[in-house]
Design a protein around this ligand. Structure first.
Ligand code: ADP
Length: 268
């Protein structure tokens, strides 16, 4: 590296070529590093429920064998660990699917308000159990957007589920949908989907890393709540594929608002 850098002092064509080459090599190295970090993370995340499962099986075969109460408890724990692995694998599959292609294809017309209602409905039970009230505020003129219904459902689901998970008990989670003109980074009119919670919020220094794969502000807390650390990475990719933007605002101790801006359908 140093040898090459020393040769960069000149300004002939050779030096320019060396510079381009170096940039390529460091991009490749960076990509390799990201990939190997990812594999290490996945292995770690899969190994912990497996280790727990193996330990539980051992206990069931030994000390807990003739104790029906302990057996029932351990089987419940095994079920929880197995569903953790299932969630992780299904999130990994979703992520690899949305990372693979840059843009959605084919483009369909999606009734985003209906998707929001549906996503809220499927999370209603979890919200009740965690003592949160889900409120939907949908402007009458939201209209349709070009996109993929399954992917956009996943965005809504992940954001609302996070708000339910990280919101404080006895608070509201609000999902607001409306049209917006001049949204930053969006060509034409946008549809804004804002998911707001009243919870612990996110310290500002963590905001830039929030959508990285496996990044968690508090890993223990995320796992206790059944999180995989992949939800926001999936959201980011899907939003990007739809030529949209994700904005995150948060005040520690007060709560967070995740806003997705998506290009609205052009009416003909
Ligand atoms: P997880 O499965 O851990 O929830 P995500 O990718 O969805 O993974 O989120 C990454 C991290 O961002 C979470 O672990 C949590 O620390 C933080 N986070 C996400 N949404 C919220 C929220 N609404 N309020 C507070 N923290 C949040």
């Amino acid at each position: 590296y140093e040898v090459a850098v020393a040769r960069l002092d000149g300004d002939g064509p050779g030096e320019a070529a060396v510079a381009v080459c170096l940039a390529d090599i460091s991009a490749i190295r960076e990509a390799e590093q990201i990939r190997s970090d990812f594999v290490a993370n996945v292995s770690h995340e899969l190994r912990s429920p497996l280790t727990a499962l193996a330990g539980l099986v051992e206990t069931l075969q030994g000390p807990a064998r003739d104790d029906p109460e302990a057996r029932a408890r351990f089987l419940g724990l095994m079920e929880a660990e197995a569903s953790r692995m299932k969630r992780l694998i299904s999130d990994l599959l979703s992520l690899s699917k949305v990372e693979a292609r840059e843009r959605v294809r084919p483009t369909r017309s999606v009734d985003i308000a209906a998707l929001a209602r549906h996503a809220a409905e499927t999370l209603e039970k979890q919200a009740q159990e965690e003592r949160k009230t889900l409120r939907l505020e949908i402007a009458p003129d939201v209209g349709r957007i070009p996109g993929d219904a399954d992917e956009l459902t996943q965005v809504l689901h992940n954001l609302i589920e996070n708000a339910v998970k990280y919101g404080a008990p006895d608070t509201e989670v609000t999902v607001t949908l409306g049209k917006r003109d001049n949204a930053p980074g969006i060509v034409g009119r946008a549809v804004a989907i804002a998911v707001r919670d009243r919870g612990e919020g996110i310290p500002p220094e963590h905001l830039p890393r929030l959508t990285e794969r496996f990044f968690r502000v508090d890993a223990g807390r995320s796992r206790d709540k059944g999180g995989t650390g992949l939800g926001l990475a999936i959201v980011k990719h899907i939003v990007r594929r739809h030529r949209g933007r994700l904005q995150i605002e948060s005040t520690p101790g007060e709560g967070s608002t995740f806003t997705v801006l998506l290009p609205a359908e052009i009416r003909r």
